[in-house]
Design a protein around this ligand. Structure first.
Ligand code: GAP
Length: 466
């Protein structure tokens, strides 16, 4: 496998496209910056990651319920949440080649931490570098760069009739985080389900950010999916809940094949406008050259409910019948990008190993995440009796497992293709199968093969694919 991050990333991007996981959006028109489409296998992998999250966050719990709120929300939502006033990044431009850069990322290259620092601080640090001649455009090397200015990450759209669609009153924003909808439906959720504090609301959906620089494949995109859970609680419970959720989220990564040395916690010193405590789960990306954020676990206090209460006039307080106390719940959130997890699992699973002098590329994904669980092959395409038997097996297994029928090329070539998309098991129907009612089952990771009775296949895979 390639040693440096750029080469690893190139291999991942190439495999993702060649094998139908991820395509650059609108490619026939020259593409659209930092927007991607997911192909057949990508969609399946994404759905499996999503299901794995939902299972642990909602299905296995009796204190978390689900939600699917709209992408468009009343514009006042983002005024109240503070996003319209302070959801931005510091931008600098190259006057020569017009490249745009994030000033905090540029400063980071020189060991200056500028995360969420005010513009005055950032510009003073940039000036110091400018004076030494070290501040250069990352694209063309020019020293002619603008001072940093604030660049809003909010993506604007408009709703309304075509004639007045461009007027200011019609401006609505595409949500920059999915949790906005959770706060707006917090009261309806309490009124319509029988949840009592502490309880969580989980949702998965699209979010949009006008990222200044988005060059790391699907790590940072302008349209992405978030999986968020807001846990509403009495403020006295915050520390306990925070620790519990940090542990649960950490264990989730281990459960799906990420090693304990692959991830670490990073505690934020400078906090987003809504947070009072924030930890990130960081994963050691081979394709990005080190630890990068995949998930945030944040204590948000009562910032959101108090602001929405103030701006809407709605009473969002909670009455605890046991203690007869009325108060505004505090919130602890877990927030993770689905595309970022997708890249993490690809990065972890991508393996190149020696196979009798040949390089074997294989995605060693957890069985539950693998897009295709079982591939079924007739040994030869031009033998109708083998094809019919293989189709029969496919038709039976597909009811319970995502399967693929493949009769293209020789079996070795079919194995290589299934290895590259991470299929845990391949079943081959050969001439003997017609005599003894058995097929060859080949294991992706060990490449060992065993003969299994066709009649036992379903039970066999139920046990293996759990
Ligand atoms: N509600 C809190 C929130 O949105 P965040 O740290 O801004 O917090 C949480 O985002 C997670 O969402 C990140 O850890 C990352 O996984 C994902 N995310 C954020 N911006 C993203 C982007 N531009 N592209 C892909 N994923 C992104």
């Amino acid at each position: 496998m390639a040693e440096n991050k750029q080469a690893v990333m190139e291999e991942l991007v190439s495999l993702a496209k060649r094998r139908g996981f991820v395509f650059p959006s609108s490619e026939i028109y020259g593409g659209l910056g930092a927007i991607y489409d997911y192909g057949h296998y990508g969609t399946l992998l994404k759905n499996n990651i999503r299901d794995a999250w939902w299972k642990h966050m909602v299905q296995y719990r009796d204190d978390v319920v689900g939600l699917d709120s709209a992408i468009f929300m009343h514009p006042m939502t983002w005024k109240a949440s503070g996003h319209l006033d302070s959801f931005d990044d510091p931008q600098i431009d190259c006057k020569k080649c017009k490249a745009r850069m994030r000033a905090d990322h540029v400063l980071e290259l020189f060991g200056v931490s500028a995360d969420k620092q005010p513009l005055e601080f950032i510009n003073a640090e940039l000036d110091k570098l400018r004076a030494t001649g070290k501040l250069k455009c990352q694209n063309c090397g020019s020293v002619d760069l603008t001072p940093a200015k604030r660049f809003s990450l909010m993506v604007k759209s408009n709703l309304g009739s075509p004639t007045d669609a461009l007027s200011e009153e019609n401006v609505v924003y595409l949500r920059p985080e999915t949790c906005g909808g959770i706060y707006l439906e917090y009261k309806n959720t309490i009124d319509s389900t029988r949840v009592k504090l502490p309880f969580g609301i989980a949702q998965i959906g699209k979010a949009f950010r006008n990222e200044i620089v988005a060059r790391q494949f699907i790590f940072r995109t302008r349209e992405f999916e978030q999986m968020e859970m807001q846990y509403f609680l009495h403020p006295s419970m915050m520390n306990e809940a925070y620790e519990m959720w940090r542990e649960l989220r950490w264990n989730w990564y281990l459960e799906y094949g990420i090693g304990k040395d692959d991830i670490r916690w990073y505690e934020h010193e400078k906090l987003a406008h809504y947070a009072s405590q924030a930890y990130d789960v960081e994963y050691d990306f081979k394709s990005l050259g080190g630890f990068k954020e995949v998930e945030g676990v944040h204590a948000r206090g009562n910032w959101d409910l108090s602001r929405h209460s103030k701006f809407s006039g709605a009473d969002l307080s909670y009455f605890d019948e046991k203690t007869s106390e009325r108060f505004l719940p505090h919130v602890m959130e877990t927030s993770v990008g689905l595309g970022r997890l997708f890249l993490m699992f690809l990065d972890k699973a991508y393996t190149q190993e020696d196979n009798n002098g040949e390089v074997r590329t294989v995605l060693k994904l957890d069985h539950r995440l693998a897009p295709i669980k079982v591939a079924i092959f007739p040994l030869m395409k031009n033998k109708p009796e083998l094809v019919t038997k293989a189709k029969e097996i496919f038709d039976t297994l597909k009811i319970d497992f995502m399967c693929e029928f493949d009769d293209n090329g020789n079996v070795g070539k079919r194995y290589r293709r299934q290895d590259e998309i991470g299929t845990p098991f391949c079943v081959t129907v050969d001439f003997e199968s017609l005599e003894d009612g058995c097929v060859t089952v080949r294991d992706r990771d060990t490449m060992t093969q065993e003969r299994i009775k066709i009649a036992d296949l379903q039970k066999y895979f139920w046990e293996k694919l759990r």
